[in-house]
Design a protein around this ligand. Structure first.
Ligand code: PEP
Ligand code: MG
Length: 321
């Protein structure tokens, strides 16, 4: 089975009816790029940069960050590399400075943390922009919920650009800035994201956690964590369709994108960009190759109107024929 999948490595991910699909990878650092290349991924859809300092006490400085980003961009060559700004929470303390929080998933994490530590944020943005000359960088901001969070993040990007210009340091002026849709409020107020950003990526891991009020790391409620809950599907489907309507690229980079049980469903919603653990790429490609999106789309439209989980589950299983 593995060796059969391996043969798909150089086959383009195109559906039966000729729709091209991008299969991207999630990585945690330069060490993962070799695996990304071994499955011939179309790019990096999510580089989780917080792994740069997990397990150490000090923040990586601008040069150390620059080296890591440059290395990934260079190895991926012309393929897009989406680097997410730090997604740290109160549970992952920086310099031992953060105070413990009773409810870290709802606390000062991700973009909230970065905006509370603007020096740290600016350092990361400078390192990213400096690295941008070595490949095709896209910068992605996690856990956005408010327009002012986007505006403040974009203002810091502009500040980083202005500093680099003043220092005569080259960077790619066309680097796109995008955001993650992983808070239900964001998926329900997409206009403010679409107006300000160049691309969106749906973080289903957090989107499910926050929609269903299930701590994604808590075993005792894991049985209630259901990607096929009708409320979850409405948020995902709505985001993909709004992106298509306004011409903004949308990807899914949560675990759902790497699970073959959901590939046909996501394709039928209109998704064309999947980002996943490198180990899943070929299996997802196999699903893409057998899909006919013209046939799937109306079936999935009907699924999106269902409000009984059991019916949804049955209908999703039937998509596989
Ligand atoms: C997500 O929330 O789906 C996601 C991709 O980000 P992370 O798993 O790093 O929170
Ligand atoms: Mg997330």
């Amino acid at each position: 089975e593995r060796s059969k999948l391996k043969r798909l490595k150089d086959t383009p991910a195109t559906t039966l009816d000729g729709e091209d699909v991008s299969l991207l990878v999630n990585i945690e650092g330069p060490k993962d790029v070799a695996t990304a290349r071994s499955v011939n991924a179309d790019g990096v859809g999510l580089y989780r940069t917080e792994f740069l300092f997990i397990g150490r006490d000090t923040l990586p400085d601008e040069d150390e960050q620059y080296e890591a980003y440059r290395s990934v961009l260079k190895t991926m060559g012309k393929r897009p590399v989406t680097i997410r700004t730090f997604d740290v929470g109160a549970d992952k303390a920086l310099n031992g400075a953060a105070r413990p929080e009773p409810n870290p998933a709802l606390g000062l994490r991700a973009v909230r943390y970065s905006l509370a530590e603007p020096k740290m944020f600016l350092t990361q943005l400078r390192a990213l922009l400096r690295a941008s000359v070595h490949g095709r960088l896209r910068i992605m901001v996690p856990m956005l919920a408010h327009a002012h969070e986007i505006d403040q993040s974009l203002a810091l990007v502009d500040k980083a650009r202005a500093e680099l210009r003043a220092e005569r340091i080259k960077f790619d002026e066309s680097v796109e800035i995008g955001g993650m849709i992983e808070v239900p409020a964001a998926a329900l107020a997409l206009g403010m994201f679409i107006r300000r950003l160049s691309f969106l990526s749906i973080g289903t891991n957090d989107l499910i956690q926050y929609t269903l009020a299930i701590d994604r790391a808590n075993e005792s409620v894991a049985h209630l964590y259901d990607p096929l809950h009708p409320a979850v599907l409405k948020l995902i489907g709505g985001t993909i369709q709004a992106g298509a309507r306004y011409g903004l690229p949308v990807s899914v980079c949560g675990e759902m994108a790497g699970d073959p049980a959901y590939t046909l469903l996501l394709l039928g919603m209109g998704l064309r960009n999947f980002s996943m653990h490198p180990a899943n790429v070929l299996e997802i490609k196999q699903q893409v190759l057998r899909a006919d999106v013209g046939d799937l789309a109306p079936k999935v439209q009907r699924i999106l109107k269902m409000d009984e989980q059991a019916r949804v589950r049955e209908a999703v299983e039937r998509l596989a024929g």
